[in-house]
Design a protein around this ligand. Sequence first.
Ligand SMILES: Cc1ncc(C[n+]2csc(CCOP(=O)(O)OP(=O)(O)O)c2C)c(N)n1
Ligand SMILES: CC(=O)[C@@H](O)[C@H](O)COP(=O)(O)O
Ligand SMILES: [Mg+2]
Length: 631
Amino acid sequence: MHLDQIDSPKKLKELPVDQLPKLAEEIRQFLIESLSKTGGHLAPNLGVVELTLALHYLFDSPKDKIIWDVGHQAYVHKILTGRKDLFPTLRQYKGLCGFPKMSESEHDVWETGHSSTSLSAAMGMAAARDLKGEDHKVIAVIGDGALTGGMALEAMNHIGNEKKDLIVVLNDNEMSISPNVGALHNYLGRLRTYKGYKKAKELVEYWLEKMPSGDTFAKTLERVKDSIKYLVVSGVLFEKLGFTYLGPVDGHKMDELMECLRQAAKTSGPVLVHVITKKGYGYKPAEENSVAYHGVGAYKIESGEFMKKAGKGPDYAKVFGSTLVKLAENDPRIVAITPAMLTGSKLDAFAERFPDRCFDVGIAEQHATTFAGGLATQGMKPVLAIYSTFLQRGYDQLIHDVCRQNLNVVIAVDRAGLVGADGETHQGVYDIAYMRSVPNIVIMMPKDENELQHMLYTAVQYDAGPIAVRFPRGTGMGVPMDTTFRTIPIGQSEVVRDGNDVALLAFGPMVALAEEAAEQLKREGISAKVINARFAKPLDETMLLELSRTGMPVITIEEGARMGGFGSAVLEFYADRNIHGMVIKNIAIPDYFVEHGSVEEQRQEVGLTVENIVQTVRSVAPAMPRKRQRA
Ligand SMILES: Cc1ncc(C[n+]2csc(CCOP(=O)(O)OP(=O)(O)O)c2C)c(N)n1
Ligand SMILES: CC(=O)[C@@H](O)[C@H](O)COP(=O)(O)O
Ligand SMILES: [Mg+2]
C-alpha cells in the first residue's frame, strides 16, 4: 500500500507493521517536495514522522485524543487523517491551516499555535473522560522547547498530583527554534545518557528472579538493584513529579518506539515517554541547519537554497537588531531579552557581540517580562524583544510588574499587525488595545524602518517608565536610512501631507496606504491631509484639537483590532472633551479572528486597503468643510 491510499488512521492500521519504515520514507519525500513550493514548518515535521505513524498505528484517533503542542509539527498527522491532497494549499488563503484546526478534521481535537498548552488541555480531557465515565486514551505530544514554557510545568504539577491516566510524549530534539536553553534542557541531556541504567536494572531483576533468596550473590545483586533503582526511578525528576518515566527511546526506530508506546498505553496513571528525535531528519540541509529550516519559504530541493523574498527594504526585525547593537555599543545599561525567539527577533548579532548582555530565557514570556522589570529596578535598560502575539502571555506581568512599578523597560513588540501564513493564532493585532488600557506605558509605531531606528533610540533614552515600540513582520518600505539617531518627542505626530478636505490619521506603516489613498483622492479633487500618528499613547492632543477646529472628517487607520485600538483612543479623546459633531471613521480590524493567507489577502479581507480608504473618504464627502460651504 502506498501513501496515496492511506487517507485515514484506519487504513494505516491495515498496513503490516514492517512496512511502516518504508511509509515513513514516502512521507518524508512528500513533505520535502510539497513544502519546497508552499513553505511551512519543515524541520519539526521531518523529525516526527515515525512518532506520528506510531501514535496513529497504536491508538484509535479520534476516540483517543492526540494533542499536538504548538501544532507546527502536525503535518504528518494531517497527511494520515485524509488531508494530503490539500498540501498544495498549505498556509495559503482559504487553504490548509499550518496548525491543528477542528473545522478541518475530527482528528484535530485541540487547536494550537502558541506553545505549552497541550498538557493542560490533556488534563482537561482526561478529567472530563473520568467524570463522564468514558474510556479512551489522552496523549499530549510536547517538544523539549515547549516543555520550558511555564504552562507546561503548571500542568505537570497538577497532573502528577491527580494521577489520571494520561500519556505525555516528550519529543526531545534538543532544539527549540534555536538550540534549546535552560536548566531543564540540561537535565534532559543528562537523562538521555541514563539509558544504560534501565537496561542494567532489567538485567539485575532478571537474575534476581532466577536466584534463591538468601544466596550471597543474590544479596549483593539486591544492593546493586537498589542503587540502580535510585538512579533510574528516584533520580528522574518526572518520577518524582508523579509520572511513570519511559525511555529514552530512539524516535526514528519504529520497533523500539512502538514497544515503548505500547508499554505506555498499558501503564496506569500519568506516563511520560521520552522520545529522542532529530529535527529535520532525512533532509540533509534541514538536519545540518534546523534553525533555518524550522519555518521556511519556498526552496530548491537539491540544494536547499531558499527562493529570494520580494520586498522593498530590509526586514523591520533586522533594523531593530542592528540598531540595538549600535545603541548598546555606547550604553552599557542595555540588555536584550528574548523568550526563545533569538533568530526571529534578529538578536543573533547582539548575542554574538554582547553574550553577557543577551538572555534567551526559553519559551517563558511571563518570566521574560518580569525579569526585564527586575533588571530595570537596578538601573539597567532591558529591551524585551517579543512578538506581539506572545506578549499576550506576559500581560499580567506587563501590568503588575512593569507598568504598575513604572519601570524603565523597553518593549520591542515585533510582528505587530497581520502576520500572514501563521494566521489567527499569531496575529499581532491585539497589543494596541491590551497595552493602551494600562497606565504609565507609552506606545509608538514607526511609519517605516528609518523611523524605527529613531524610535528605538528614543525608547532607550526614555527614563520615565515603560515604553513600547511596535513594528510589523516582514520588509520595510525601502526608505533611505539616516546615519545619526534622532529623538522623537513623546506624543508628537507628524504631518506627512497637507490637505483641507479630510484627515487621514494613520498609525505605523498604514501611513503608506494613507499616502497612496491621498494621491488617488487628489485626482478626484479631494484634498487629504495625511498624519503619521506615531503614538497610540499618549495621543498628540495638540494635533487632535487642531483637527477638530478644521471641521474635517477624520479617518483613523491602523493594523490592529478596532475595539480598544488607536481609533478608539481618538474617539475617547473627543468624547472626553465634549467635542461633538465631528465625523470620525475607524478603519481597523473587525471583531473576528483573521485566518492564514498572505498579509495582502488578509488586508484585503479586513478592508485595510487603499480602495477602502478612498471609499470611506467618499462616504464622508458631504461632511467635508468645502462641500458643506457649497451646500
Ligand atoms: C508561547 C509561544 N512562544 C513562542 C512560540 C514560538 N515557537 C514556536 S515553535 C517554538 C520552538 C518549540 O520547540 P519544541 O517544542 O521543542 O518543538 P520543535 O520545533 O523542536 O519540534 C517556538 C519558540 C510559540 N509558538 N508560542
Ligand atoms: C510556530 C511558531 O510559533 C513559530 O515557528 C512562528 O511560525 C515563527 O514565526 P516567524 O516566521 O514570524 O518568526
Ligand atoms: Mg524541540
